[in-house]
Design a protein around this ligand. Sequence first.
Ligand code: ATP
Length: 312
Amino acid sequence: MTKTLVIEAPAKINLMLDIKEKRSDGYHELETIMHQIDLVDRIYIKKDSRISVNSNSQEIPNDSSNLAYKAAQLILQTYGCGEGADIFIEKNIPVGAGLAGGSTDAAAVLKGINILYNYDISHENLAHISARIGSDVPFCLQGNPRIMMDEALEKESLKAKNKNGITGATCVARGRGELLTPLQTRFMPWILLVKPDFQLSTAEVYGKFKMENVHIIPDLNAFIKAWEIYDIIELSHYCENVLETVSAILYPEIMQIKENLEALGAVKATMSGSGPAVFGIFSQPEDALKAQQVMKQSYSETYLVSSYGRGD
Ligand code: ATP
């Protein structure tokens, strides 16, 4: 029987996002804090002679334009001897939402194929490949996701990996998002995520960004201080995203969701990435549960989540 490796691919939220300047290569110089949450895609990988990608979603491609396919192609071409991979994506992360759904699938494929084929590629070399797939993929490679094998005798290396703990990553990301500084693990138990019924193109949002429309400049140092002392209420106040000056103007519904979440008790509600997903950080579980009930009535894609991993 062909064995299947199953690996979780967690979504990320941008707790803070600032744009410093437009670079000469056309990209924007970013300063953002990315944090993995326990809304996960599950990637099933089997050894095969060719690469194939399938999923349970109509919204993502099944061909070589799928980021999971690109990841498989790059790692197999670089380290393999003509082998392929049969990949199935159980898609749970909303697509085109600012939650890095495609990037996290790609990162999971890199990790999964490395284990399945015993390539023993170092994290540094995987990071190198990941940067060629997309700006968010290096971040998605951080953290230790849950990995399972459908055979009774799990590999010793896999046992060790899971025993070391399932942990999510939090990093300051600069450059195009690929220059990473990890922050200490912190666990936020009550995050309510709301995805309105439309998608936004990351390229379009960045393309329309204008520095002169920014009136609240995110305070990275204040955020990090609050993060270090583990003060969830304090750090929530510093969650700001300058891309709201584009996305929430294009779609005022984003601003409305933010206001609703805060009226329902969120300490702060902020858009993730280029949107349109919005997250509210709650300090009181009863508020979060009530807000979930209320938001669910208007938004079917409402998720009550926490940080990814155990957080210790
Ligand atoms: P980011 O937060 O990194 O900007 P996003 O969450 O806004 O990304 P994705 O869900 O990654 O957006 O999807 C962006 C585009 O990528 C979609 O048009 C989708 O069709 C394409 N795509 C390719 N592969 C995947 C994949 N495995 N999962 C999701 N989208 C994919």
